[in-house]
Ligand binder design. Sequence first.
Ligand SMILES: Nc1ncnc2c1ncn2[C@@H]1O[C@H](COP(=O)(O)OP(=O)(O)OP(=O)(O)O)[C@@H](O)[C@H]1O
Ligand SMILES: [Mg+2]
Length: 340
Amino acid sequence: MKILGIESSCDDTSAAVVCDSSIIEERILSNIISSQIDIHKEYGGVVPEYAARNHMYSIEECINKALNKANININDIDAIAATSGPGLIGGLLVGTVTAKTIAIMANKPFIAINHLEGHLLTARLCNRIDFPFLLILASGGHFIFAEILDINQYNILGQTIDDSAGECLDKVAKMLGLPYPGGPAIEKLSEQGDSNRFKFPMPLLRRKGCDVSFSGLKTAARLLIEKLEEKDKADMAASFQMAIIKAIINKAKKAVDMCIQNINSIVLAGGVAANKLLRLNVEQLAYDNKVKFYAPPITLCSDNAAMIAWAAIERIHKYGYYSSPITQITRPRWNIDNIM
Ligand SMILES: Nc1ncnc2c1ncn2[C@@H]1O[C@H](COP(=O)(O)OP(=O)(O)OP(=O)(O)O)[C@@H](O)[C@H]1O
Ligand SMILES: [Mg+2]
């Protein structure tokens, strides 16, 4: 089975061809990503209108390149999957309308995929991971702890009550005068800094459950940055990165305890999962709990269409046959416990 995947929910236009080979290394036949970072960098964040327009300009070329690299034409594809939410509505419409049009023209099924389901199943594209597992999803727009019981059985244990970790890293990076996207910039600068230099509060310390909050850390960072000298920036970046990681690990410990079933592993996913220190800390948490640790390779942590095509494959495997109505709506907000 070969699926054409399309991703356009934020600032990456991507098209991929993925197959369901039992040999993991042979699954991704192509994964073309056209990043808009250079366009949005000037504004310090994603400008939705520019993002939508640029998806429109590059989507056709991405799809053609993905098919060419996979060395197949559209007739060899079994279904076309596209991110249908959550995300920026303009970009989502470009991707879904394109996918639906190709599906109609080529007489193939259309499959609407939840972007977060794409992130959460990426680790299974690259590893053999059994259910159930604890998911830590840390991306640009979301932060979720969930017990993943099976495909489409996602039990949310906790989530952020305000900003996501990625958003917080991006905003603090901007305050530090670092380029967009902020997460990788903070990680790089942290390498030269002392993570013990600045102290941050531990969010929601006394609250039961595993909801998290990152906005207080952002405010604490702003107050420190107002008085910061240039020479202290690396220490600030390292201390802030460590504060975010401690906030995640503190609540992740509770999330492990909240799982109803005996989990086999802890899976870290989403753009922030590219952070090496966070990966190390989650790996340690998994080790302490005698379960395995998985995260996608760094190149597949941020947005890409291979994860969308793979989520479609997982759904087809689970349900035997799976497709979405061509009238399926596009959803800017769409959590993983309500996919259908
Ligand atoms: N090495 C890194 N360390 C920390 N954060 C990182 C790193 N690399 C990327 N990020 C962060 O990951 C985020 C982007 O992740 P992703 O592409 O999954 O987000 P998104 O698609 O915009 O949001 P969502 O998936 O919630 O819709 C950004 O906030 C970025 O700063
Ligand atoms: Mg994403």
